[in-house]
Design a protein around this ligand. Structure first.
Ligand code: KIV
Length: 272
């Protein structure tokens, strides 16, 4: 096969916009390493998010707050080495962009330069305006994130559904319009009533990606460890579990242990 025939067309922010325009839903999953990145990319996922949920599902922390910029860059560069087609978005971790816009720009540039990622995601609305403007002005595409923003968990005090009250819903609608006017290429809406998310997706021209935000938005994102059934403890209502990898992996490991203990492994064919 020639190099040209093997060339895969990369998903761009422009193509995501075209998908919204023609009503084609956008698929997005989290990935944190080379092997998972390769499987998801070759399966045809549109967007891979190197999420700060790595802090939970990879490092075992209770929240997303402890993960560092260096750790995010390590995960992102591992994913990038595997990906041929998907657009790769990387979360700016807690503490790397809220302080001031110069620091936000420095953090975004480090991610782009050191990992080779294609865009960054920031949590928040009008309160992080200066950071978003600064990052966009350097030519780095920005994805917004509103609703349940896990980096603010100690402000919320709970992971319950957000924006169920009118004031918070109005602020979310205002923030979504504001992020679009700044130039964000898409927005994630997490764990909000589906009616509200549908309204935002209808009012805005940019793609709206939901997680626990119903089916009226332009695309869906899930944490891969949750939808693959690796992490069995987290089973919110919005999650659809597509595999039971915990049991599959556990079964394989138990069989291996048994084969080692019984001297069944390695056999003649498995020796030099
Ligand atoms: O970090 C993450 O996994 C996320 C998704 C929940 C959207 O931000």
């Amino acid at each position: 096969m020639s190099a040209i025939a093997r060339e895969v067309k990369r998903v761009t922010t422009h193509q995501l916009q075209e998908m919204k325009n023609r009503g084609e839903k956008i698929s997005m999953l989290t990935a944190y390493d080379f092997s998972m990145g390769k499987i998801f990319d070759e399966a045809g996922i549109d967007i891979l998010l190197v999420g700060d949920s790595a802090s939970n599902v990879i490092a075992g922390h209770e929240t997303t707050l402890p993960i560092t910029l260096d750790q995010m860059i390590y995960h992102a560069s591992s994913v990038i080495r595997a990906v041929r087609r998907a657009l790769v978005v990387v979360d700016l971790p807690f503490g790397s962009y809220q302080g001031n816009s110069s620091e936000a720009l420095r953090s975004a540039i480090r991610i782009m330069k050191e990992s080779g990622a294609h865009s960054v995601k920031l949590e928040g609305g009008i309160e992080i305006k200066d950071s978003i403007i600064r990052i966009l002005s350097a030519g780095v595409p920005v994805m917004g994130h509103l609703g349940l923003t896990p980096q603010s968990i100690y402000k919320f005090g709970t992971y319950a559904v957000r924006a169920t009250e009118e004031d918070e819903a109005n602020k979310l609608i205002e923030d979504a319009h504001f992020l679009q006017s700044l130039g964000c290429f898409a927005i994630v809406l997490e764990k909000i009533p589906s009616e509200l998310a549908t309204r935002v997706a209808k009012e805005l021209t940019i793609p709206i990606i939901g997680i626990g935000a119903g089916g009226g938005v332009d695309g869906q994102v899930l944490v891969s460890h949750d939808m693959l059934g690796i992490n069995k403890e987290f089973q919110p209502r919005f999650l659809r579990v597509y595999a039971n990898l915990y049991d599959t992996m556990s079964g394989a490991v138990k069989n291996y242990i048994q084969d080692v203990k019984s001297n069944d492994f390695p056999n003649q064919e498995e020796c030099y």
